[in-house]
Design a binder for this molecule. Structure first.
Ligand SMILES: [Cu+2]
Length: 446
């Protein structure tokens, strides 16, 4: 199998040998398959309009070929095995070997022809969310066109009349196919490369699965109580960091195809929403934020100047969404004294550990036995101990002196002396507590 670089240069070769002269009857474009969940960095275009390719965290961009003046892509809808984290494989449905599907990147003004081959056991379609196109290309099974039967290939073809961030997903047996992981992003770069340029442009698709620990296939009937909250079908601690060179202008595009909203919070910065799936937000209409709620079936892109070096957390602010698989019907034991009860149980089961009386942070410290094919509920190690997170969490790593297109992990940030929280080592005074609120009230009145 060809790797990405070979594919890209093969595409460029076709163009260079004057394939444009024989635009017809080129047959189906090759459908590259990705076998790894590692982030693939796309090279900047060497021909055609200039643009800065996006970086899909733990994902990749689908190569295309030119056929005359048309950009041709080939998506294969098929069952895939997705590594959600080290030690956990999910059996999903996706595109070209992975879920989420590869990112499609093109330029405003392009005409695209997208071949979709269906290798699923049932019909499917692709809806191009947010794109302006002819009604018959809109991909709603039964409404826009018949569903694509198993084994068949359909062709979607349209002009990209506007730039922005769009998504693609099935619109046939949609509930099942999206619960199985079928979705991807569609980026249309502005024709004018000087329009809102950024140095780094990251892509995150929010998705969610309900996979019982020890099993491989998502429960597709789950409506809200999912147990795996994922970015591009990947969970912390194995979501790649967002590596940024200090001084870069950075864009983060976040799409949401889950069943609930996700307030995405980034530490260390304030920023502005600059794009929705409806289009670019004019400068005078933006306001500062530190968390952006991403509604269901929507995309928000935000931008910031990376002036503050450090390791900055980025995560969903729903605290259950930064956990991995866990039961939700566990009683709360905070404040319960389980010493007597522990003695009784240990007579029968000496290894019994009472848990939860002091909160659950201690769980991140121990390596408990867990079923096959799952990951601990809270996990990940930082330079100072367990990070106690999971799910929708990663780190924005802003560093001085990183090369322009270098996205390799620079390791942990070293806080300059005097800039890190530290322990008080003096005597602790006797704390007095004012437990009569009336006194406070009287004082304020007088
Ligand atoms: Cu969330």
């Amino acid at each position: 199998m060809m790797n990405r670089r070979q594919l890209l240069s093969a595409g460029a070769g076709l163009l260079a040998t004057g394939a444009a002269a024989k635009a017809q009857n080129m047959g189906l474009p090759e459908a590259p398959i990705m076998e790894t969940a590692a982030t693939q960095i796309t090279q900047r275009p060497s021909t055609g309009p200039d643009y800065n390719p996006v970086v899909t965290l733990n994902g990749w961009t689908l190569p295309f070929r030119m056929n005359g003046n048309v950009k041709e892509f080939h998506l294969i809808a098929e069952p895939v095995e997705r590594e959600m984290a080290d030690g956990m494989i999910a059996h999903l449905w996706g595109y070209n070997g992975q879920s989420t599907g590869p990112t499609i990147e093109a330029v405003e003004g392009d005409r695209v022809r997208i071949y979709v081959t269906n290798k699923l056991p049932e019909h499917t379609t692709i809806h191009w969310h947010g794109l302006i196109l002819p009604s018959g290309m809109d991909g709603v099974s039964g409404l826009s066109h018949p569903g694509i039967p198993p084994g068949k290939t359909f062709i979607y073809e349209f002009d990209l009349v506007k730039s922005g961030t769009f998504m693609y997903h099935p619109h046939g047996d949609e509930m099942v196919q999206m619960a199985m992981g079928m979705m991807g992003m569609f980026i249309v770069h502005p024709k004018d490369p000087t329009f809102m340029p950024v140095d780094r442009d990251f892509l995150i698709m929010l998705n969610a699965f309900d996979i019982v620990p020890g099993t491989y296939v998502p429960r597709v009937m789950t409506m809200t109580d999912f147990n795996l909250w994922t970015w591009n079908s990947r969970i912390f601690p194995d979501i790649d960091p967002l590596v940024v060179r200090q001084g870069d202008r950075v864009r983060v595009r976040v799409g949401n195809l889950t069943m609930t909203n996700h307030p995405i919070h980034m530490h260390g910065y304030d920023f502005e929403v600059t794009c929705t799936d409806g289009g670019w937000v004019p400068e005078e209409a933006r306001w500062p934020e530190v968390s952006i709620d991403i509604p269901v079936g929507a995309m928000r892109a935000y931008e910031f100047d990376a002036i503050y070096p450090g390791d900055w957390a980025i995560h969903c602010h729903k605290s259950h969404h930064t956990m991995n698989a866990m039961g939700h019907d566990v009683p709360t034991f905070i404040g319960a004294d389980k010493r007597e009860f522990t003695k009784m149980i240990r007579k029968h089961q000496p290894e019994f550990m009472p848990m939860g009386s002091n909160g659950m942070g201690e769980m991140a410290m121990m390596s408990m036995e867990i079923p096959d094919n799952t990951v601990p509920m809270m996990t990940g190690w930082g330079p100072y101990g367990p990070i106690e997170m999971g799910g929708m969490f990663s780190v924005v790593k802003v560093r001085e002196g990183i090369d322009r297109d270098d996205y390799s992990d620079p390791g942990w940030y070293e806080n300059p002396p005097g800039t890190q929280a530290y322990e008080w080592t003096g005597e602790l005074p006797e704390f007095t507590r004012n437990d009569n609120p009336k006194t406070l009230l009287t004082k304020r009145k007088s």
